[in-house]
Design a protein around this ligand. Sequence first.
Ligand code: P71
Length: 469
Amino acid sequence: MTTTPQTMGQQFGRRSWAEPWKIKMVEPLTMIDRAGRERALTEAGFNTFLLKSDDVYIDLLTDSGTSAMSDRQWAGMMLGDEAYAGSRNFYHLEEAIQTYYGYKYIVPTHQGRGAEHLISQTVIKKGQYVPGNMYFTTTRLHQELAGGIFVDVIIDEAHDPINLHPFKGNIDLNKVEALIKREGADKIAYISVAGTVNMAGGQPVSMANIKALRELCDKHGIKIFLDATRMMENAFFIQEREEGYADKTIAQILKEFCSYTDGAWMSAKKDHLVNIGGWLAVNDWDIFEEIRNLVVVYEGLHTYGGLAGRDMEALAIGIAEAVKDDHIRSRIGQVRYLGELLTDWNVPIMMPVGGHAIFLDAKRFYPHLPQSVFPAQTLAAELYLDSGIRSMERGVVSAGRDPHTGDHYYPKLELTRLTIPRRVYTQAHMDVVAESVKAVFDQRESTRGLKMVYEPKYLRFFQARFERL
Ligand code: P71
């Protein structure tokens, strides 16, 4: 049989795209053999968080802090002003956030959860509800530690891995209204909106939805705070899918979206193309004053918040690079490429493909495994064994336990995440990943689950240990 080689674009009937950069420095990768991977996985208690990175070949654990910085960002590192107070790099960062996000007052934090801690302690009163578009692990924990009660108000479609709704991150306004009616507006601390929604598969929130939420909240005097961690990717989906936005830039869409919110927290380790950093920004002076008081207790002075001057400089430069349309198009293009290969081979994944990762649907992958034997954790372990690829469980292990009943939360979504770092891997790496997923899929019927043999109290997925059943 002879076949004519085709580029990937040709195979999908379109012109190919390419990254808007070339590679100047490389980091060698090594792959240990199957026996070595068996040993490493057993030592790690079948938990990919406990693997040594030297034992990993292609690392798709997370897109957090794993981006490649540009030559401009590295040059910025040399311009670090390491003064304890009033570093010039802080003012660059402040200006970048004001320019691109539009918020007034800013404090840096060491990473996203530092900002989540500060905002939660500042605006949640014990016993208040915090409605959000699906939980995120660290976000919900900080809300609960501040005495808040998380309520999921995402649209129902988000919990269905095959539903093709274009904005599966949307807030269900009826759910918010019902909560206001039942409990009263003063029992609601704020609405916690994430764009895109990580645990739903990187799914976006529409501009129409945030606008309508703003109107509803204005009627009741409720604030909206945004988890802006992957908001630039959210802006791409608005540009692509929402009427009236095709001719707007990512920067314009981002700023408009933020204008409907009262502030935001950020894990800069994602969208902003840096290895560490975060920030919290608000428009209300009184809230800012309280945050500025707390930041010196938990993070550092309000002009560095746990970051070195050089980190703030790389971050300020990263914001301007990340908001460029051609950057986001190629970033999401690469994620989609992997998704297209897998869907073409009928491997069950969360649809539509979101911004930062492919989420394998472990329930459909292993229909013979009940959630109590951790199908998504099992799939992550099998993938590592097959090829040294590291992925992350996002199912029952990540969901943890209900603090009131002590039972496992059994989330509807049982997913294994293949998270794509920004500007790090090539299309050839994606091919290797896709082929490994297919190999594991082809052996699915003989795969057994896991049992948990060690469970930490907080965020158990990080350090839990498992054994084969
Ligand atoms: C991700 C992470 C990092 C992570 C966090 C917890 C468990 C496993 C991995 C972090 C986020 C995030 C969103 C939407 C806040 C944080 C915390 N994501 N909001 O996806 O995705 O930020 O890690 O900088 O503290 O791998 P932080």
